[in-house]
Design a protein around this ligand. Structure first.
Ligand code: ASP
Length: 343
C-alpha cells in the first residue's frame, strides 16, 4: 500500500515537473527548436486602455502617444534583433514608456488621493517561471528594473512600499526625487476627480498603464507591466499590474500576457494566468483565449484590455474599451502602432 502511494507521488511529481523542465518532446522544446532555426521574434506593447476615440483625443496627445509607442518598439526590437532575450526586450520597451510622461507609469504616473505617486510593476520570465513585482515604490526611476531585481536578486516575488524602496537603494538602482514623477496634467486629473467627486473608474483617459510581451529568437516568452495605478487611489489600494497572474504572466508552454484596465476585475478573474491556462490546457490560440476572458471581464462589469503573444510568435490585442494604445513589431519587418478600436 505504501509503495503504491509512493509511486503515485512519484508519478505526480514527474508529471507536474516535466513540462517546466522542457525536456525533449515537450511542446516548449519543439517550439524552441523551430525558433532557434528561424531566428524569428515578436514584440507587442501597450500604453493603456481607455475611452480614447478619434474626436476626443487631442491631436498632440495622439501623436505624442504614437511617437512614444514607436520608440518603445524600436528599443525593444533592437534587443531582439541582436539575438537578445525576451526579458531584456520587455525591460527596454517598458523603460521608454516609463520615461515618457504621456503614459501612466514612471514619470507621468497618476496621483493617489493624497497627491503622491505610488508605482507598481511586475515582470515574468516564461522560461523559468521566475517573477518579480513591486507595489507602492516611490523613488526608483524605472520601477520595471526594480521588479526585475526582485526576481533576480532576492528570494521573493513581491516587495512593497518602504521595503521595496530600501531594496532598490541596496541594489544600486537609479533613485529620483519623487517630484520627478509628478506632472501638471496628472495633477489636474486628480483635482477633477476630487471636484466632481468621480469614482476611480469615471475619469476620462485615466488609464495609461504600460506593458510589453515578447518572444525571442530562442522561443522564450516574457511579460512586463508598469503603472501608477488609478487616479485618486486610497488606503494603499493595489491594482492588478503588480499581481502575477492578474495583470502579468508568462509561461513558455502557453503565452505572455500584460493587462491594463480596471485592476480589481482583472484580479478577480486572474486574467493573465487564465488566458495562459486556456491556451495550455484547452489548446486555444491567443485570440480565442483572450477574447473569451475579456468577454468574461465585461460580464463582471470590468473594462480594459490585454496584449498576448504565444511562443510560436502569434500575437493579439483584446480590449473592451473604445481604444488601447498599442504596438507590435516582428522580425518579419512588421511595425504597427494604433490607438483606436477601428485601427
Ligand atoms: N490596471 C491598472 C490598475 O488597476 C490601471 C490601468 O491599467 O490603467 O492599477
Amino acid at each position: 500500500m505504501r509503495a503504491f502511494f509512493s509511486s503515485i507521488w512519484l508519478l505526480l511529481i514527474l508529471s507536474v515537473g516535466a513540462p517546466l523542465a522542457a525536456h525533449p518532446g515537450t511542446h516548449t522544446h519543439d517550439l524552441k527548436d523551430k525558433k532557434v532555426a528561424d531566428k524569428s521574434w515578436t514584440l507587442v506593447i501597450h500604453g493603456g486602455a481607455g475611452s480614447m476615440t478619434r474626436g476626443k483625443l487631442a491631436p498632440e496627445q495622439d501623436s505624442a502617444a504614437r511617437a512614444g509607442l514607436a520608440k518603445a518598439l524600436e528599443e525593444g526590437s533592437a534587443v531582439l534583433e541582436k539575438g537578445g532575450s525576451a526579458m531584456d526586450a520587455v525591460s527596454a520597451a517598458i523603460m521608454v514608456l516609463e520615461d515618457d510622461e504621456h503614459f501612466n507609469a514612471g514619470r507621468g504616473a497618476v496621483f493617489t488621493y493624497k497627491g503622491v505617486n505610488e508605482l507598481d510593476a511586475s515582470i515574468m520570465d516564461g522560461k523559468t517561471l521566475g517573477a518579480g513585482a513591486v507595489t507602492g515604490a516611490r523613488y526608483t526611476k524605472n520601477p520595471i528594473l526594480l521588479a526585475r531585481a526582485v526576481m533576480e536578486k532576492s528570494p521573493h516575488v513581491m516587495l512593497s512600499n518602504e521595503g521595496a524602496d530600501e531594496f532598490s537603494r541596496e541594489q544600486g538602482l537609479e533613485q529620483v526625487n519623487p517630484d520627478y514623477f509628478a506632472t501638471p496634467e496628472r495633477w489636474r486629473q486628480l483635482e477633477e476627480l476630487k471636484a466632481k467627486k468621480l469614482g476611480w473608474y469615471d475619469v476620462d483617459l485615466k488609464y495609461g498603464t504600460v506593458g510589453a510581451v515578447a518572444v525571442d529568437s530562442e522561443g522564450n516568452v516574457a511579460a512586463g507591466t508598469s503603472t501608477g495605478g488609478l487616479t485618486g487611489k486610497r488606503w494603499g489600494r493595489i491594482g492588478d499590474s503588480p499581481v502575477i497572474g492578474a495583470g502579468n504572466y508568462a509561461d513558455n508552454r502557453a503565452c505572455g500576457v500584460s493587462a491594463t484596465g480596471a485592476g480589481e476585475f482583472f484580479i478577480r478573474l486572474g486574467v493573465a494566468h487564465e488566458i495562459c491556462a486556456r491556451m495550455r490546457m484547452l489548446g486555444e490560440d491567443a485570440k480565442t483565449a483572450s477574447d473569451h476572458v475579456i468577454k468574461e471581464l465585461g460580464l463582471l462589469g470590468g473594462t480594459g484590455g490585454v496584449i498576448v503573444t504565444a511562443p510560436d510568435g502569434t500575437a493579439t490585442f483584446a480590449f473592451n474599451t473604445p481604444g488601447m494604445y498599442r504596438g507590435k513589431a516582428t522580425s518579419k519587418g512588421e511595425k504597427v502602432v494604433a490607438i483606436y478600436g477601428d485601427e
